[in-house]
Ligand binder design. Structure first.
Ligand SMILES: O=C(O)[C@H]1O[C@@H](Oc2ccc([N+](=O)[O-])cc2)[C@H](O)[C@@H](O)[C@@H]1O
Length: 606
C-alpha cells in the first residue's frame, strides 16, 4: 500500500489518534554528519522547539534563521498496550522539504516534498506499553530537481544559503500536526466520491479500498444525524433524496461513514464530512451545482508571525473570519497544498478553493522578479534536471489529489505557478502533468496554472491545456507604475483584447494582481507604496476586469503581508497584503468589502 494515501486520522470505535504536538528536541547539522555518527538513535545537545512550527523565527541569530542543510527533531512517544495487534503509524502533516524518520533507531520512513502528509508505519518496530524514541532528519535545501525550485549556494565563510526562485521565505521543519494513529489490520484505506444531481435528488457514486475481504457498508447521515442513504459493497451509488447541496458560502456537510463488517461486528469504521456538489466548466463559466459563480478572494500563504509557515489553529480561524467579513468566497492555496485542517474549515464555511501543488520557481531567476517581465528566456524545461523534477512534480500532484479529492471546497487544481511557458520544451512537460491530474481525479475538476506576465496570448505555448485560464498580472506595479498608470491600463486592455480575439470559449480568472503597500504610509496625491496608491491600482484593475465578460474571478495578491527572502525588491517581506501580517485591514480592505458585497455570485453570467 502507498505510504501517502491516507484518510485524515480520526477516532472511531476501531481507531485511535493521539497528538504528538508539543516541544520536541531540535538541533542543526551543518556538516551533515548526523546519520554517520548515530543521531538516528538520539540527537545531542538538543534545544526544545514547538511542533508544529517553522523553526526559523524563534531564534535571535541569523545563522539559524537562514540555515540551509539537515536539521533534526526528536521526541518520545508512548505506545499503549491496547495498540498491539493493530496497525500503528505516525502521521506527519508535512516535513519541509524532505525527511527520514527513525523509531528506536530503526529507519521507518522517507518522504520527499515539503507540503503533503505521509505515514511512518511503526507496527513492527514499536515497543508496546513503552516509551519509543522518534527521530526525524529533515533537509530544507532547495534544488532544481524538486519543487519548489531554487538552489543552494555556499558563501565564502562556508555557510550554505538557500536561493529560491520565488519570493516567499523558505520556512521549513515540522510545520504541521504530527499524530500517532492506530487502526485495525483490516481497515478502510481509501474512500472516493463523485456527485451527480438529479432534479431534487443527488446520486453519489463511491468507491472504497480496504485491506481485506470483509463486506463494506457505507451510510450517509445528515447534519441532524438522520440516516439518509445506505449502500453495501466497495463500490456503489448512494441515493440522497431531497439532497441538501453544498453551496458557495452556504455549506451543508453530510457524514459518510464506511464500515467493514463481519456479520454484526464492526471491524473498522471511518467517517468523513462531505459536501454534495458538482463542479464544471462550461463555455466561459465555472458552474457549481450547475450555476455560474464569480470568484472573489485571495491568493494566500501559510504565514504568520513567530511560527512562520507553521499551522496555527488561531491564525486559521482569524483568516476565515477576515475573508467572511470582506465578502470573499474563494482562495488559492498559493504556492503549495495547505494543512488538512484548512480544507476542512473551507468545507464547513463554503469557500471555493483552488488547490495548488508546490510547483513554483519553474523559471530560473532570482526571486522571479524583473527578468520575468522582460521576456528573458531561461530554457528551464530544456535542462537535464527536468526528468527528475517531473517525477517529483507528478508525485506531488498524485499525493495532493489523493489527499484532497473528497473536499467539496476544492473546485480546481492549480498545477504550476508562473512557469516559463515561452519555450516549446515546456509543452511535453505540461502535457504529462495535466494528463496525470485528469486521470487521478474522478470528479474531473478543472485544471489550471498561473500564467506569468510574459506568458502572453502570442508567446505562451501552454495555455491551451488549462480548463480555466489563470492570470497573474501586475500592470501598474511591476510595469508602468505610478504616474504611468494610464499606460498600464492601456497595455492591460491591449493584452485582454488579444485574448478576447482568440475566442477561447473558456473562463479566465485573475489569480494575482496587487501592489505593495506600507500599512503606515499615506500620501495625497498617492505614490507607489502608499495606501492611496493600492486603492487606485485596484480600481484600475477592476475597471479592466469588468470590461470583459469572460473574466470570471478575481483573487488579489495577497490576503496578508508575508515574509520573503530579503532583497531590494522587498521591505522585510511582501507588502501586497490587503491585511497586514497581523491580520488587520489596510484601507484597501474596506474598498474590497464594498465591491465584493455588491457583486452578485453570478456576476457577468445569467
Ligand atoms: O511579486 C509578487 O508579489 C508575486 O508575484 C509573482 O511573481 C512575480 C514577480 C515579478 C513579476 N514581474 O516582474 O513581472 C511577476 C510576477 C509570484 O507568483 C508571487 O509568488 C509573488 O509573491
Amino acid at each position: 500500500m502507498l505510504q501517502y494515501s491516507m484518510l485524515y486520522p480520526k477516532q472511531s470505535v476501531s481507531r485511535r489518534t493521539v497528538s504528538m504536538d508539543g516541544m520536541w528536541k531540535f538541533c542543526l547539522d551543518p556538516e551533515g554528519k548526523g546519520t554517520e555518527i548515530g543521531w538516528a538513535d538520539g540527537i545531542p545537545q538538543a534545544d526544545l522547539i514547538p511542533v508544529p512550527a517553522s523553526f526559523q523565527d524563534f531564534y535571535t541569530d541569523k545563522d539559524t534563521r537562514e540555515y540551509a542543510g539537515d536539521l533534526w527533531y526528536e521526541t518520545d512517544v508512548f505506545v499503549p498496550e491496547e495498540y498491539a495487534g493493530k496497525n500503528v503509524a505516525i502521521r506527519f502533516g508535512c516535513a519541509t522539504h524532505r525527511a527520514e524518520v527513525y523509531l528506536n533507531g530503526v529507519h521507518v520512513a522517507s518522504h520527499v516534498g515539503g507540503f503533503l502528509p505521509f505515514m511512518a508505519d511503526i507496527t513492527n518496530v514499536a515497543r508496546y506499553n513503552a516509551v519509543n524514541k522518534v527521530v526525524v532528519k529533515i533537509n530544507n535545501e532547495l534544488s532544481e530537481t524538486n519543487i519548489p525550485c531554487g538552489k543552494t549556494k555556499v558563501l565564502s565563510n562556508g555557510k550554505k544559503m538557500n536561493s529560491p526562485y520565488f519570493d516567499f521565505f523558505n520556512y521549513s521543519g515540522l510545520q504541521r500536526p504530527v499524530k500517532l494513529v492506530a487502526y485495525p489490520k483490516e481497515y478502510v484505506f481509501d474512500l472516493t466520491v463523485d456527485h451527480r444531481i438529479n432534479g431534487r435528488d443527488a446520486e453519489v457514486s463511491y468507491s472504497v479500498v480496504t485491506t481485506g475481504e470483509h463486506p463494506v457498508e457505507v451510510t450517509v447521515y445528515d447534519e441532524d444525524g438522520r440516516e439518509v442513504a445506505v449502500s453495501q459493497g466497495k463500490e456503489g451509488i448512494l441515493h440522497i433524496e431531497n439532497a441538501h447541496l453544498w453551496q458557495v458560502r452556504n455549506a451543508y456537510l453530510y457524514t459518510f461513514t464506511v464500515r467493514i463488517k463481519d456479520e454484526e461486528e464492526v471491524l473498522d469504521e471511518y467517517s468523513e464530512e462531505i459536501g454534495v456538489r458538482t463542479v464544471e466548466v462550461k463555455g466561459k463559466d465555472i458552474l457549481i451545482n450547475g450555476s455560474p459563480v464569480y470568484l472573489k478572494g485571495f491568493g494566500k500563504h501559510e504565514d504568520s508571525d513567530i511560527v512562520g509557515r507553521g499551522f496555527h489553529i488561531g491564525v486559521m480561524k482569524r483568516d476565515f473570519e477576515c475573508m467572511k467579513w470582506i465578502g470573499a468566497n474563494s482562495f488559492r492555496t498559493s504556492h503549495y497544498p495547505y494543512s488538512d485542517e484548512i480544507y476542512q474549515m473551507a468545507d464547513r464555511e463554503g469557500f471555493l478553493v483552488i488547490d495548488e501543488v508546490p510547483a513554483v520557481g519553474l523559471f530560473e531567476s532570482l526571486m522571479n522578479f524583473m527578468e520575468a517581465s522582460t521576456g528573458k528566456k531561461t530554457a528551464f524545461f530544456a535542462k537535464d534536471t527536468i526528468p527528475e523534477l517531473l517525477e517529483n512534480h507528478l508525485r506531488a500532484v498524485e499525493e495532493m489529489i489523493t489527499r484532497d479529492k473528497n473536499h467539496a471546497c476544492v473546485i480546481a487544481w492549480s498545477l504550476l505557478n508562473e512557469p516559463e511557458t515561452t519555450d516549446e520544451a515546456a509543452v511535453p512537460y505540461f502535457e504529462k502533468v495535466f494528463a496525470r491530474a485528469h486521470e487521478l481525479d474522478v470528479q474531473k475538476r478543472p485544471r489550471t496554472f498561473a500564467l506569468i506576465m510574459n506568458s502572453l496570448p502570442d508567446t505562451c505555448k501552454c495555455y491551451h491545456l488549462a480548463d480555466v485560464i489563470s492570470m497573474n498580472r501586475y500592470y501598474g506595479w511591476y510595469l508602468m507604475g505610478g504616474y504611468e498608470m494610464c499606460d498600464a491600463e492601456a497595455a492591460f486592455r491591449a493584452e485582454m483584447d488579444k485574448w478576447a480575439g482568440k475566442d477561447l470559449d473558456r473562463p479566465f480568472i485573475f489569480t494575482e494582481y496587487g501592489a505593495d503597500t506600507y500599512a503606515a504610509e499615506h500620501k495625497l496625491p498617492s505614490v507607489m507604496w502608499s495606501q492611496e496608491y493600492q486603492k487606485e491600482y485596484l480600481e484600475m484593475c477592476h475597471r479592466v476586469f469588468d470590461s470583459y465578460d469572460f473574466i470570471k474571478g478575481e483573487q488579489v495578491w495577497n490576503f496578508a503581508d508575508f515574509q520573503t527572502t530579503e532583497g531590494i525588491m522587498r521591505v522585510n517581506g511582501n507588502k501586497k497584503g490587503i491585511f497586514t501580517r497581523q491580520r488587520q485591514p489596510k484601507d484597501a480592505a474596506f474598498y474590497f468589502k464594498e465591491r465584493w458585497e455588491s457583486l452578485p455570485l453570478n456576476h457577468k453570467s445569467k
